[in-house]
Design a protein around this ligand. Structure first.
Ligand code: ZN
Ligand code: ZN
Length: 225
């Protein structure tokens, strides 16, 4: 909904040249700032949350007041600043994440169009430099997904993306059959990744929401994404 209407402001040729030379394509703050006033997108997302019951009607007016600082909220999400404790601010962070992800995914789509990431062998995102939060694996390939801009790229690494540990006892896999995911945990360096067989069953936004419990479980163990 947000994605279709936001225009990306990214220098596509410069981003591709950087990726080809082994650096990630763009820095997210200028792209988010160049997206202009994010208030409308923020308010629309609040309305969508309200209509689906994710946000109670009682909280919606307070959230709309937050929209004045939509760009600041989106930058806080993009920089992974610590999650606010206040319940309304927590929801505002979630809304900001949806808006920011839409803007950045659009920028990354523009970079990726008719361009291959095949030469990119690193464990961080070729477009924005963030870590993957999801992996989609088959016997033949493992595809990583950027938590921030949804870019997907292939990797030859099968083990931990943090330290390269490959297999037990360093890497443990905790299956979650109902979700179709495994939590891949590295006991050597403390990283985790949510991994599934094959393609995602839903939009990435939904996949992330459905597997949020795996993140909580990992964080309770003191692991980091
Ligand atoms: Zn990214
Ligand atoms: Zn590791």
């Amino acid at each position: 909904m947000v994605r279709a209407e936001e225009r990306a402001h990214v220098d596509v040729e410069r981003a591709r040249a950087r990726i080809t030379s082994g650096r990630h394509g763009f820095d997210v703050a200028p792209v988010l700032r160049a997206a202009g006033d994010l208030r409308t997108a923020f308010e629309r997302t609040v309305t969508a949350f309200e209509s689906t019951g994710i946000v109670s009607t009682a909280h919606a007016p307070a959230l709309r007041r937050q929209s004045v600082d939509a760009t600041t909220l989106v930058l806080a999400w993009a920089n992974s600043e610590s999650t606010p404790r206040d319940p309304a601010l927590r929801v505002a962070r979630t809304v900001a994440g949806i808006v920011g992800n839409a803007v950045l995914a659009r920028a990354s789509d523009d970079v990726a169009e008719s361009f291959s990431f095949a030469g990119w062998t690193r464990a961080h995102c070729p477009c924005c430099g963030a870590s993957p939060d999801l992996a989609m694996s088959t016997a033949a390939k493992r595809t990583l997904v950027c938590w921030r801009c949804d870019t997907q790229w292939r990797t030859t690494h099968r083990g931990c993306l943090g330290c390269g540990a490959n297999g037990p006892p360093d890497v443990a896999r905790v299956p979650s059959p109902y979700l179709g995911y495994e939590l891949a945990i590295c006991n050597a360096c403390g990283r985790y990744l949510k991994e599934r067989r094959g393609s995602p069953a839903h939009a990435l936004l939904v996949e992330r929401a459905l597997t949020a419990g795996l993140d909580e479980a990992a964080e309770q163990r003191g692991l980091r994404a």
